[in-house]
Write a protein of this length. Structure first.
Lengths: 150, 255
């Protein structure tokens, strides 16, 4: 079946299987920044934005994004680079597998709640796992990036 | 999951007709558990275009459309605080944007937090074409209802409420959950045992007849319910948790 949606600002038409999930569609289309981690809605590495809201692409049927706006980290490169600097300063960066999803989550958090508390950052990021760093350094980096409340 | 076709239903009538035609035609809510279930489907029927994603104030109750996401539920000021908090504790926001309230309820999942907290309230389920049944009736009935769940009605009641989810890690299935509401009457519910949530009728009856011994009410709850083992823990531990958290819940709502 043909699914039409907007991907990072461009209108695309992609032929998919009816039971195909967005993660596979995007990766087959060449968008490799969307990572396949658990492929079971637990790790958050496959996060993308659909109509500015974060979703797990491994768990969203591609057919459901017909007519919607899908964003991957490629569409927020400047912001991701700035966040990456904060991550580097706090030592919150190692293998980088989870970074693209983190950047999209932080982008969505900033839109929804520009000045989050520590607890609000934690609540928002809870579904995104990082196996390298632990989470304190990322918490600090995100807080620095957003200039968040205490 | 394998599927031969995907249909965006243009009416409930169309969706219902397809469901009745074959058990291999499946309604898609969020689509999360269809994937886990490794289903082999003829037609996936999507309800996204049918206006079932609204939360509305209907004077006596709040009506939640079956396609409302868990994320919208947790953010709605119309929804009782304890239900919002219980929902907010499920996985991360990117999961809850996809998962729907209707899918969570209809599936009767043994690990469900949403069913536990809703069961402690007066909740009715509206099915197309014409049934309205209480959530308690739905949960007790074996199997699934012959119809399409369209709305969940949460009746308004001044109450004090408590919800507790016990889990080994933040993104794990709960090994037990407890919801207690004290409004006109008490309602005690224990779920994730790992069976679907159930109203503790003996415990609730004891309390509503004036019983004041909360430890005894907790014992009654544990005696009347079945508890099972899972990879995460044993039934004996679940029973101990239930004894503690039901008593604690009753102390909290009675302050």
């Amino acid at each position: 079946m043909l699914v039409k949606f907007n991907l990072n600002g461009l209108d695309v038409e992609i032929n998919v299987k009816p039971g195909e999930y967005l993660l596979d569609t995007l990766r087959n289309y060449g968008v490799k920044s969307v990572k396949k981690g658990c492929d079971g809605s637990s790790c958050g590495a496959c996060t993308v934005l659909v109509d500015d809201k974060p979703v797990l692409s491994c768990s969203l049927l591609t057919a459901k994004v017909e007519g919607h706006k899908v964003m991957t980290v490629e569409s927020i490169q400047d912001e991701a680079a700035a966040l990456s600097e904060c991550f580097s300063r706090e030592g919150a960066d190692q293998c980088g597998f989870c970074n693209a999803a983190f950047a999209l989550m932080v982008h969505a958090l900033k839109k929804e709640n520009p000045h989050p508390t520590d607890e609000e950052i934690k609540d928002y990021m809870v579904g995104n796992l990082c196996r390298c760093t632990g989470y304190q350094s990322q918490q600090k980096a995100i807080k620095a990036f957003l200039g968040g409340k205490k | 999951m394998k599927a031969k076709s995907f249909l965006r239903a243009s009416s409930l009538e169309e969706a219902y007709k397809l469901v009745k035609e074959s058990p291999r035609n499946k309604i898609v809510a969020g689509g999360l558990w269809l994937k886990k279930g490794n289903a082999d489907v003829d037609t996936l029927i999507d309800l996204s275009l049918l206006g079932l994603e609204k939360i509305e104030d209907k004077k006596d109750y709040v009506e939640v459309g079956a396609m409302v996401s868990q994320r919208e539920l947790e953010k709605s000021p119309l929804v009782p605080e304890v239900i919002r908090e219980a929902t907010k504790a499920i996985m991360g926001p990117a999961f809850r944007e996809i998962a729907t309230v209707g899918g969570s309820v209809y599936g009767k999942y043994g690990f469900s937090d949403i069913i536990t907290v809703l069961l402690a309230h007066h909740v009715e389920l509206v099915f197309y074409p014409e049934a309205v049944i209480t959530l308690d009736e739905y949960v007790k009935k074996p199997g699934f209802y012959d119809g399409i769940l369209t709305n969940i009605r949460i009746f308004k009641d001044k109450n004090k409420a408590y919800f507790k989810k016990v889990e080994i890690t933040a993104l794990d299935y709960p090994i037990l959950n407890v919801a207690v509401v004290k409004g006109k009457e008490y309602k005690v519910v224990v779920g994730s045992r790992p069976l679907v949530a159930a109203l503790c009728e003996n415990s609730t009856k004891y309390l509503n007849e004036g019983g004041k011994d909360f430890a005894k009410a907790a014992e009654l709850a544990v005696e009347e319910l079945k508890f099972g083992d899972s990879i995460a823990t044993k039934s004996a531990y679940r029973k101990q948790l239930a004894l503690t958290y039901v008593r604690r819940a009753l102390e909290e709502v009675s302050k």
